[in-house]
Design a protein around this ligand. Structure first.
Ligand code: ZN
Length: 225
């Protein structure tokens, strides 16, 4: 924003009418035209600044809403602490359910299962669209296993954030989950450039098949709305 303010000042100085001595013949129409041009420039610059300010407020409001919405349940397992800043440009979408308990959609059951296998994604989205944060974004979560992205990079955990959708293999994510996933990814994009959004099955070098029954066309349509 600073550079736009400097630009306005610069333009103002450039177009400032030159001082006119009382004895000189003043061409009033020319001076008026100059002032009109300055007014147009200032008006345009003000609009640019207002738009930028509105976008900034909108963005920060969205950030605050999401930070209130995300439920922290940071786990002690399934990840490495990262001290420096981790470069993240990929989101990996997964599916998971509680295969050990009575209710496949039980969040606590899934947490227990993750603990047993000593793995974790950064986020888990429950059936009702609640977003749980299990691992901090900057830490390296163990969610993708042996993996390779289509650009050739391996060990996708290094540069990605993993998001689990809670649903059974025979089921698919519901609308609460699609909407929460999109909001979450847009939130994650506020502070970093996400270049790839992919499914676990598309990067897995083992036999992973999730996210199950994920509708990428629906996702992309909602995402770009
Ligand atoms: Zn997975």
């Amino acid at each position: 924003m600073k550079k736009y303010i400097l630009l306005i000042v610069f333009l103002f100085i450039c177009f400032l009418p030159s001082p006119v001595l009382a004895s000189e013949n003043v061409d009033i129409s020319k001076e008026t035209e100059k002032i009109r041009k300055i007014q147009v420039i200032l008006e345009k610059a003000t609009n640019i600044i207002n738009n930028m300010a509105n976008k900034y407020v909108e963005r920060e409001n969205f950030r605050n809403i999401m930070e209130e919405r995300i439920i922290d349940r940071i786990v002690p397992w399934g990840h490495d602490k990262v001290l420096g800043k981790r470069d993240i440009d990929t989101i990996v979408v997964h599916s998971i359910y509680d295969a050990l308990g009575m209710n496949p959609y039980d969040v606590d059951g899934v947490m227990y299962e993750l603990a047993i296998y000593d793995v974790s994604s950064h986020y888990l989205i429950s059936r009702d669209g609640l977003i749980y944060r299990l691992v901090k974004d900057n830490d390296l979560a163990w969610h993708a296993g042996r993996s390779q992205l289509f650009d050739g990079r391996t060990s996708v955990n290094r540069f990605s954030i993993g998001i689990e959708l809670l649903h059974h293999e025979n089921d698919s994510a519901n609308d609460f989950q699609y909407n929460a996933l999109i909001d979450l990814i847009k939130y994650l994009q506020l502070d970093r450039r996400i270049k790839h959004i992919t499914g676990h099955t598309d990067i897995s070098l083992t036999t992973k098949t999730d996210p199950w029954n994920f509708d990428w066309i629906k996702f992309n349509t909602l995402f770009n709305k």
